[in-house]
Design a protein. Sequence first.
Length: 187
Amino acid sequence: MRVITGKYKGRRFEIPHSFKARPTTDFAKENLFNVLKAYTDFEGTRVLDLFAGTGSISLEFLSRGCTQVVSVEKDYQHYCFIRSIMKKLEEEASIVLHADALKYIHKAQGGYDIIFADPPYMLKEMRELPDRVLNSELLLPEGIFILEHGKTQDFTEHPSFIEHREYGSVNFSFFKKTGNTDNPTHP
């Protein structure tokens, strides 16, 4: 697993062969972050990485200067792997939690500018994930939710859907949580 750009650019981390999860491809990651540049300035941004897997996406956000990146991973081996990387990097902006992402969505407090989720593509709750995240208190008004999914899923009809990108077998659907339109302080 390699970090594409930022302060950790070029750093490589060996993923144990026993892992079930594989990191998002470099091609897909690079394109994802190119798209995200149009939506946000990474510095000062708080990110939640649900179903963190290998921690690859969390590392990319941290490498780009995000203020805080919370990685939520249920698998204990993966959780320990992500923690060991963050400890090795002495990364103070990282918080790694051993938790079930679906339960975390309903229990945790908000304040995130970006929420990224890369659940198993066959997760039975996949169709519900955008609503679960967007209806929770986790995402700030005008925040962005990105869902990585397989090619058989289509979220284009969701009312908060804003964009879809496909990179090989990796698909990203982007959703925007819109703020209260009655509030004059929000555009």
